[in-house]
Design a protein around this ligand. Sequence first.
Ligand code: SAM
Ligand code: SF4
Ligand code: SF4
Length: 346
Amino acid sequence: MVPGPMPRLPDRLGRPLRNLRLSVTDRCNLRCQYCMPEAEYAWLPKANVLTYEEMLRLVRVFVQLGVDKVRLTGGEPLLRSDVTVLVRMLAALPELRELAMTTNGILLADKAAALREAGLQRITVSLDTLDAATFRLLARRDDLQRTLAGIDAARAAGFEDIKLDTVVIAGVNDGELGALLDYARSVGVEIRFIEYMDVGGATHWSPERVVSRARILEAIGRSHGAITPLPRTDSAPAERFRLGDGTHFGVISSVTQPFCATCDRARLTADGMWFTCLYASEGTNLRDVLRRGASDEELLAQLRSVWIARRDRGAEERVGTPDRRPLADSAALRQNPHLEMHKRGG
Ligand code: SAM
Ligand code: SF4
Ligand code: SF4
């Protein structure tokens, strides 16, 4: 056993590790243009995918390093069979202040109540459009109604902190911001608009397709009147705003105003690769360390040594890059599929 909790460990830029995004599978039942636009993907070999016991073991060690928030993601996390079993295992860890999931909502109608009962606290559903034809174009599946039913089911299951995430793409869904905001308000959940990022996997990204924070706020100001910024309370990436009628919404300006200075997040892929930045080209293979039979102390020592050396500022470093292009083209992704957002977990 690892000895009791230790003080939070700062990286080279003074940032502690608090948040772990745990990708439970790289499979997905959508093919969003901004994430998986290619015709084919190489999936992680099954034998490499961590079992729930292995994930729990790693999370316990991350907790020793200071992690107190875990978000399950993917790929589509609800495609992993019996993911409620993992939720229950993690919910039993007293050190975790927050256990959350990001999902596209397609399978949520059937699973929301069980997830809630297993101890999931917060849920974020990705919803980019309310128009069935745009959904088909954007996600290449005809599943808008299932996503909306999933949001209803999450509300019915009693989730109090439901959020919607919308990636805004010029010429695709940027005309719908007001309608999405009205929908979120009508179902009593908060929506966040995300700038389209040039992350690994986003091979169709171009600067012209990014709708900046400034343009998002202008569009909402035009449709919904005065916008008041709310004070920031933590290191969460979303800047929050209030409308005249009290509705809150968020903007995540990862491209135009990145928030690397306060980034306390790390990502673990379903096959146990640990990345300290969404844009990092190299990760640490924790699966091999784990399966070699390392003790918790050895794992912890490895995590500490990686975190204290961390200098990542991936999004900030890309600001102002001349002729900015996607992080990786299709050939680079075939060479290194771990660069993909659907492997790394958003
Ligand atoms: N499949 C789940 C979903 O879509 O909610 C979870 C995994 S997905 C990779 C997590 C988040 O990453 C989603 O909210 C998605 O919108 C976001 N994402 C993926 N590619 C993106 C990009 N190029 N720019 C901004 N956000 C992106
Ligand atoms: Fe879309 Fe999420 Fe699947 Fe990526 S992982 S294609 S964002 S649903
Ligand atoms: Fe954190 Fe990297 Fe994203 Fe910056 S680019 S906020 S360091 S994950």
